[in-house]
Design a protein around this ligand. Structure first.
Ligand code: 1CP
Length: 340
């Protein structure tokens, strides 16, 4: 039994005394103790070594008091499992081997998934031990479209223009790639759930870069397949950043909750999805650059806007690396002090 199960009870639609709080990218990025580990070990050592994965995943529970943990890893592990090299370049971000030609896409190997992720179950079990049933553990994956963005582009991008050119010019090949990413993702999520993850979130971080019609063709069908494959085992949170136009369809896909970025209002989401939809979000992450008392007021106001129910407090995207620990704590404490 998990002692603090506010997060899971909210996903279940239960009435509770206050909203649970966690935030995207809470495990890495801004905590000073994480920075120390970052100097000592490479990114994938931190992901794959059970002791490091436990220490980093549990850190925000102990240090900022969030109500749920998210496994320390990255969405790009799926590109690795399919056979592409990924390097995290300090100060720059991820750099990947790309797959765009017919031969490169054909070589992406879904059958390698279980062997590649041999480290995942021991890491998750170590994390669960570290959590000691204090709070639930969230597993995660990127959406197939968001993964394709990196696998075509080879790195982050302002507009993912090359990825868009690829799906326009080579839509059949792009769909073969999206299918493969989908299959590998489902297998990886099953491994995470088997090992003890209590819920999963799919990050469609670049979903909102697509037009509604392009979203329906190149992201939604794969989000749906993934959701359908795991939703009977654990609650699924779908976060399609900026894709407000797809909320009703993502809801209909069987998501337990929908993540909102700060440009989408809860009123709008409830209007298109129904009054009982469970929502997560959505404070603008730059708000956490403000002073702690300013953060506390903005957080309370944000929670008010969700109308006192069916809400998981979070940011509208990942926490920024320049966030101070005091402001992150002010955000968490404002949610914990809130009463419905
Ligand atoms: O060594 C480091 O600290 C490098 C920074 C870093 C970290 C801490 C990267 C590189 N990934 C991560 C961890 C990570 N990534 C987590 C673990 C849990 C946590 O930090 O709380 C999660 C959930 C992610 C998810 C992720 N990675 C997303 C989706 C969420 C989002 O922010 O949109 C995306 C798009 C990535 C790709 C990625 N990995 C790393 C960076 C710098 C990026 C962005 C690259 C870019 O587009 O510029």
């Amino acid at each position: 039994m998990i002692k603090n199960d506010l997060f899971l009870r909210t996903l279940n639609g239960e009435k509770i005394e206050r909203p649970p709080v966690w935030f995207m990218r809470q495990a890495g990025r801004y905590l000073p103790d994480y920075m120390v580990l970052k100097e000592k070990y490479s990114f994938f050592e931190r992901v794959q070594n059970p002791d490091l994965a436990r220490e980093i995943t549990v850190m925000p529970i102990d240090q900022v008091g969030v109500d749920a943990a998210i496994l320390f890893s990255d969405i790009l592990v799926i590109a690795q499992s399919l056979g592409l090299k990924v390097v995290m370049v300090p100060g720059k971000g991820p750099v990947l081997q790309t797959a765009t030609t017919e031969a490169e896409v054909a070589a992406l190997n879904v059958e390698n998934t279980e062997e590649f992720f041999h480290y995942a179950a021991p890491a998750i079990k170590a994390v669960k031990e570290g959590l000691d049933n204090r709070v639930p553990l969230i597993g995660f994956a990127g959406s197939p479209w968001t993964l394709l963005c990196y696998m075509v582009q080879g790195q982050g991008s302002r507009d993912f223009g090359e990825a868009k050119r690829f799906i326009l010019n080579e839509s059949d090949r792009a769909k073969v790639m999206l299918e493969k990413i989908t299959e590998a993702t489902i297998r990886y999520l099953q491994i995470q759930i088997d090992a003890g993850c209590d819920a999963v979130q799919i990050f469609d971080s670049w979903g909102g870069m697509l037009s509604p019609a392009m979203y329906d063709e190149f992201s939604l069908p794969y989000m749906k397949r993934i959701t359908k494959a795991v939703k009977d085992r654990v609650p699924v949170i779908l976060f399609a950043k900026g894709a407000w136009y797809a909320l009703d369809k993502l809801h209909a896909a069987g998501a337990s909750a929908l993540g909102l970025s700060w440009t989408t209002s809860p009123d709008y989401a409830r209007k298109v999805c129904g009054a009982d939809v469970i929502l997560q979000g959505n404070l603008d992450p730059t708000t956490l650059l403000a002073l702690p008392d300013v953060v506390a007021k903005a957080t309370k106001k944000m929670i008010d806007s969700f109308g006192g129910r069916n809400h998981i407090v979070n940011l509208g995207h990942g926490v920024l690396p320049t966030t101070s620990v005091d402001s992150a704590k002010a955000f968490v404490e404002a949610a914990k002090a809130y009463r419905y």
